[in-house]
Design a protein around this ligand. Structure first.
Ligand code: TXA
Ligand code: MG
Length: 329
């Protein structure tokens, strides 16, 4: 395993590795991705092996510019143009009917493909250098927490790939929003870095969410136990969060609380309980959330008691990830 600070030489090396069929972990503004060149079928297959990901889960494609996306789709409808204009490069993945140029192994039998232009200078420079699209899921093992630092990738899957490009901590910290434009109405498959309100503003239309609990999930990212730390995650309301923490801690369990609420004035911190009190800025919460999940595991926290933020703006993605971590997709 090699971790390299993502300077000019390292990006060139990454490009050569990808062009010859290797795997490279790359920084994006959302989370680190496990990248293979779209023109290297064996490398694309290896992504599934390294992640332990079922072949029924499609990979998203990253491109440097719109002209690289167009050959991958049957058409690029007006709604997609508006959204690409507004949010690309950025944390928005558009799902569109695929063309025959997309390798079958990354679409998992779907007739669609998910595409985005990432907004990270290293990812963009690498895409330009390579001159071909890159397929990249998040660089973690299936159902585990996505990596937002190069060191997270190294710990999780470092031995199974050729190079980790270290581009520093990810700015957004949660994955891209996945929006399906292949049907009659825009459908939000995964809330993420671009808010639903922002999408609706640009589209001048409402964005629907798939009905939960239907037999065949439209997007496998909807898998209910996803983004999970090893600690048990329990959801509590703002009103009850400190009292539930106290009673569990008194029972001798190692507890951590994720909340916007300050402890009550009479709070006597039990020795086995501590907290991450959220800053007011949702972006700051998103940037740290996955690192905090990992830290809880390192600190051998047994139960994480979490509050769900208001599901508006970035809060929708935060609440989604916290619910999934609790196994309540
Ligand atoms: O922010 C991100 O999107 C990161 C960075 C690396 O770009 N990537 C990422 O990839 O999160 P992944 O594979 O971990 O999640 C992509 C999500 C999955 O839930 C996948 O099922 C869904 O997008 N997806 C991809 N292609 C799809 C398609 N054609 N139809 C429906 N869902 C799709
Ligand atoms: Mg993922």
């Amino acid at each position: 395993m090699l971790i390299a600070s993502a300077d000019f030489a390292a990006i060139k090396l990454a490009s050569r590795i990808l062009a010859s069929g290797g795997l490279v972990a790359i920084p994006t503004e959302t989370v680190y991705g496990l990248a293979a060149s779209l023109s290297q079928p064996a490398a694309l297959q290896r992504i599934y092996q390294v992640k332990g990901r079922p072949s029924s889960h499609p990979l998203i494609v990253h491109v440097a510019e719109l002209s690289q996306a167009l050959p991958l789709v049957q058409s690029f409808p007006e709604a997609a143009k508006k959204l690409a204009d507004a949010f690309w490069p950025g944390p928005l993945t558009l799902v569109l009917p695929r063309s025959h140029s997309v390798p079958d192994c990354i679409t998992a039998g779907h007739s669609t493909v998910g595409i985005r232009i990432p907004q990270h200078p290293v990812a963009l420079q690498l895409l330009r250098e390579l001159g071909s699209p890159i397929a990249a899921p998040s660089a973690n093992r299936f159902t585990q927490v996505s990596p937002t630092r190069a060191a997270h990738v190294a710990v999780d899957i470092g031995h199974d790939l050729e190079l980790i490009l270290d581009g520093g901590p990810c700015e957004v910290g949660v994955e891209s929003t996945v929006l399906d434009l292949s049907g009659p109405k825009p459908m939000l498959l995964r809330p993420g870095g671009i808010s639903r309100e922002a999408l609706e503003f640009v589209l001048e239309a409402t964005v629907a969410e798939p009905v939960r609990g239907i037999a065949k999930a439209p997007s496998p990212g909807q898998h209910h136990l996803h983004y999970s730390p090893r600690a048990e995650v329990r959801i509590a309301t703002a009103a009850e969060i400190w009292s539930s923490a106290a009673s569990l801690a008194r029972a001798g369990r190692r507890i951590r609380v994720f909340t916007a609420q300050k402890p009550p004035p009479d709070w006597l911190a039990p020795a086995t309980c501590d907290a991450w009190i959220w800053p007011a800025d949702q972006q700051a919460i998103a940037r740290d959330l996955y690192a905090r999940f990992r830290q809880a595991d390192t600190d051998q926290v047994e139960v994480l008691i979490v509050e769900l933020p208001e599901p508006t703006g970035l809060g929708l993605a935060l609440a989604d990830r916290l619910r999934r971590a609790a196994g309540q997709g």
